[in-house]
Structures are given as C-alpha cells and as structure tokens.
Design a protein around this ligand. Structure first.
Ligand SMILES: Cc1cc2nc3c(=O)[nH]c(=O)nc-3n(C[C@H](O)[C@H](O)[C@H](O)COP(=O)(O)OP(=O)(O)OC[C@H]3O[C@@H](n4cnc5c(N)ncnc54)[C@H](O)[C@@H]3O)c2cc1C
Length: 320
C-alpha cells in the first residue's frame, strides 16, 4: 500500500490533536508515515503509532529552532525523498501551510490548502474545501506531482488504529540557503488556560450584543464550563472588547468545531465565513429576525444576559 507522509505538529513531543486527525485521514489513502522534527520523538512515537503511523521518521537539529521554517522544509523533503509517498499531509496552521507550499514548489507538485475532508480517488486523493465565505463546497485533486494537502483542524475525529510506529532516524542536511531568516527572540503568549481557538472542539463567541469588555466574562464563564475556546465578532474586537487574536471570520480565524455558540452576533456573511463549517451551531440573539438564525441547528431568541448565565449554570449542574 502506498505510504502517506504526515507532518507532525507537536510541543516537545506532545502531539497536537490536528495531527491525530491527519493520521486518521491519511489511512483513507494509504499507510501513514509520520515525520517528527525536533525534540520529543520518544514521547510522540507511541501516540503516533496508536493512531496508525506505520513508521515515525524523526530528526532533530538546532536549526529547526534557530531559523524560520526553511530547515524544516529541508527535513520534510528528505523524508519525501526517502519514502516517495502518495501524498503529503500537513495541518492547516500558518506554519503548516508555509512548509507545505515550500515543499510543493521544491518537488514541483500542486498543493491544496485548508481542506476540510479527504477521500481516496482513482487518480489520487480528493480534497473537499469550503470556499467563497463558505458559500460553496468544492472537491479537488492535485493533477501535477505528489499531492501536498493541508487540512483544517477538526476535519475528522481522531481514531485509534494501532500500527508498528517504528522509529527511524532521518538524515537531514540543512542547506545554507535555508538559514536566511534567524529567530532573534521569543516571547511566550500569556496562557488563558483555554484551548487554542482554531483547534477547540467547542467555541463560544460573543458579538456586539455583549455590549462592553466588562461583560465578556459572561461569555468566558460559559466557555469555561464547556472547556471551550472564546471567539468574538469583528464588531466586538473593533470596539476593543476582546483581542484581535480571537476574532472569528473572513478577516479573523476560521474555526470548524463540533459545537459553535454565537451570543449577540447577527450573522453577517464575513462572520459566517469563519464558522459556517462548524458541526453544530447554536445562536442566542434577542432579535428573532437576526440572519444567524438562518444557519443554526438550535436558536434561542432571548437576552444573552439571561440565557448565557442560565446555560452556564445548567452545564455546571449536569457536570456535577
Ligand atoms: C471586509 C470585511 C471583513 C470583515 N471581517 C469580519 C470578520 O472576520 N469577522 C466578523 O465577525 N465580522 C467581520 N466583518 C464585519 C461584519 O460585516 C459585521 O459588521 C460584524 O460581524 C457584526 O458583528 P456582530 O454580529 O457582533 O454585530 P451586529 O451585527 O451589530 O449584531 C449584534 C447582534 O446582537 C444582538 N443583540 C444585541 N443585544 C443583545 C442581547 N442583550 N442579547 C442577545 N442578543 C443581542 C442583536 O440583535 C444583533 O443581532 C467584516 C466586514 C468587512 C466589510
């Protein structure tokens, strides 16, 4: 069976969920071979094997941390040369997309970014994308070279499928031309303790209806009761009520969680563009005519300051 390279996103060997989703999707088109760069391969390997990696190719080099993505592209290309895969899958993060794009240029292949689903096809893997502010769903196939495909988080539920996960060292030579951009400093972002917005299984977002930064804790309390990330509409962000990093939409982040709860958000097309592919959508809005109700699975017509705290209490009670 053809091998499929899966680029591993991890923090010191702690494998992030989007990679497990990639392994699950990779099994539809071949045998997953994970590429783990940096420290922590010993920690990562059993997790990757549990989710279907037949092999784990690993390399560590100081250049991975000292320079921007190019040394990692060298390593992924070394894995590509070693395996001759049927496809290369990466997470649709900013870094994943840049590494994927650079690899595609180097190996003369086509690339598909931001896929939301993947299936085997007679002439190669077929990727589903949600395009034009999520108003169209397209299916595409790379017609030149080995398909390089980046997949959005939450596009598949990770499934266990134990495989050998044999760890093999990958010989990597970092090219001088890959050392063009050196990282000069790093500042850790202050942690909120909440999941990363684009990866969260549940997102609770607030809009102009939240009516002030001082009221956002109402949204945060519901998010925390559910273990969710907090999002915001552009109106709320532009008003300075919540950080831009939390904006959902066309000019913010794209999310595709299992559950998206929108409170005090009207449902403008630019907001929808960032959340329309969510599996289940719930809206709380006091205006029964708000356009967001056109796309919801469940809608509550009511004041968010009554509904959201009541919902938070109910979630807490049920969780015991
Ligand atoms: C180029 C461009 C890019 C854009 N990019 C984005 C983007 O990335 N993300 C984004 O979100 N927007 C984006 N916008 C803006 C977008 O068009 C809307 O203006 C914005 O989404 C509106 O935010 P909102 O729904 O919070 O506010 P509003 O449209 O003002 O809606 C507020 C809603 O809250 C309800 N409400 C008020 N009080 C309460 C209450 N107490 N309880 C319950 N409901 C209440 C109201 O009934 C109303 O429906 C973009 C616009 C442009 C032109």
């Amino acid at each position: 069976m053809a091998e499929v390279l899966v680029y591993v996103d991890h923090v010191d060997g702690a494998v992030r969920k989007p990679t497990l989703e990639l392994l699950t999707l990779a099994r539809r088109i071949g045998e997953p071979v994970a590429v783990h760069l940096g420290a922590g391969a010993d920690t990562a390997a059993p997790v990757l094997a549990e989710h279907g990696a037949v092999k784990v190719l690993t390399a560590d080099a100081p250049e991975f941390a000292e320079y921007l993505v190019a040394p990692k592209v060298d390593a992924l290309q070394a894995a590509y040369d070693a395996v001759s895969p049927a496809a290369v899958l990466l997470p649709s993060s900013a870094e994943g997309k840049e590494i994927g794009a650079r690899l595609a240029v180097r190996i003369g292949s086509g690339i598909i970014t931001d896929a939301v689903d993947l299936e085997a096809g007679d002439e190669g893997p077929v990727a589903t994308q949600s395009v034009f502010a999520a108003s169209f769903t397209t299916k595409s196939r790379v017609s030149k070279g080995t398909p390089v495909i980046t997949v959005k988080p939450n596009s598949a539920a990770p499934e266990a499928a134990p495989a050998a996960g044999t760890v093999e060292q990958l010989a990597v030579t970092v090219a001088e031309s890959s050392k063009g951009t050196k990282i000069v400093s790093r500042t850790a972002r202050e942690s909120t303790g909440r999941p990363e917005l684009t990866e969260a299984a549940i997102v609770v977002s607030g809009g102009r209806g939240v009516n002030g930064a001082e009221n956002f804790p109402v949204i945060e309390a519901l998010a925390d009761s559910l273990g969710a990330a907090v999002g915001a509409s552009r109106a709320a962000v532009d008003a300075g009520w919540y950080p831009h990093t939390n904006q959902v939409g066309q000019t913010g982040k794209s999310v595709s969680p299992q559950l998206y709860i929108a409170a005090g958000i009207s449902g403008a097309i630019q907001h929808r563009a960032g959340m329309q592919t969510s599996k289940t959508i719930v809206a709380i809005n006091k205006d029964a005519e708000a356009p967001i109700f056109d796309l919801v699975d469940y809608g509550v017509v009511g004041d968010l300051f009554d509904v959201v705290p009541a919902l938070t209490e109910e979630v807490k009670t049920r969780k015991g």
